[in-house]
Write a protein that binds this ligand. Structure first.
Ligand SMILES: Cc1cc2nc3c(=O)[nH]c(=O)nc-3n(C[C@H](O)[C@H](O)[C@H](O)COP(=O)(O)O)c2cc1C
Length: 162
């Protein structure tokens, strides 16, 4: 059986709660990025990486050390999908920017990135997570659109091919 893990960084619990929801739906192990090891990444077939965005479009704090762990791993042949938590109203210019940093880092160590998402249905001014007209992962705005979170997750997970 293929092994799937969900890794999250979260400051006030939003991204953590979303990671737990996704983990239950996929029957996957859920790991706080502060506990992440290279062995856990290399031992999985499918990996979900989740971050909230802070500051002016920056990664969640715990991910700065976490990225160093990802950079040490060889993710060749593994599927990686990325999700983000943000606030498209108050931070409309940097909505879920952190997703792009995870995308760049996982791609640089060989991962096949899956789970691109159309921008349709989102209202925001700008996001680094949009590449070639699509989000490179699943953005979630649990602050303003919490009623859409679960349906967005449910629409996204089957597209990953996990
Ligand atoms: C000071 C501050 C800065 C933020 N900056 C951004 C941002 O640049 N882009 C964005 O999409 N969300 C931003 N947010 C919203 C958070 O990402 C959002 O509240 C998220 O749900 C927090 O998730 P967490 O509790 O898992 O860390 C910011 C929130 C705060 C309080």
């Amino acid at each position: 059986m293929k092994k799937t893990i969900v890794v999250y960084g979260s400051s006030t619990g939003t991204c953590e709660s979303i990671a737990q929801t996704i983990g239950k739906k996929l029957n996957a192990e859920v790991i706080d990025v502060t506990d992440l090891t290279t062995e856990q990444l290399e031992g999985a077939d499918n990996i979900l990486l989740g971050t909230s965005t802070w500051g002016a479009g920056e990664l969640q704090d715990d991910w700065y050390d976490g990225l160093e762990v990802v950079k040490e791993a060889d993710l060749t042949g593994k599927k990686v999908a990325i999700f983000g938590c943000g606030d498209s109203a108050s931070y409309s210019d940097t909505f879920c920017n952190g997703v792009k940093e995870l995308f760049d880092t996982a791609g640089a160590v060989g991962a096949t990135i899956v789970g691109q998402v159309s921008t349709d249905g989102y209202e925001f001014d700008d996001s680094e997570a949009v590449v070639d007209g699509e989000f490179v992962g699943l953005p979630l705005d649990d602050i303003n659109e919490d009623d859409k979170t679960e349906e967005r997750i449910d629409a996204w997970l089957p597209t990953l091919g996990f």
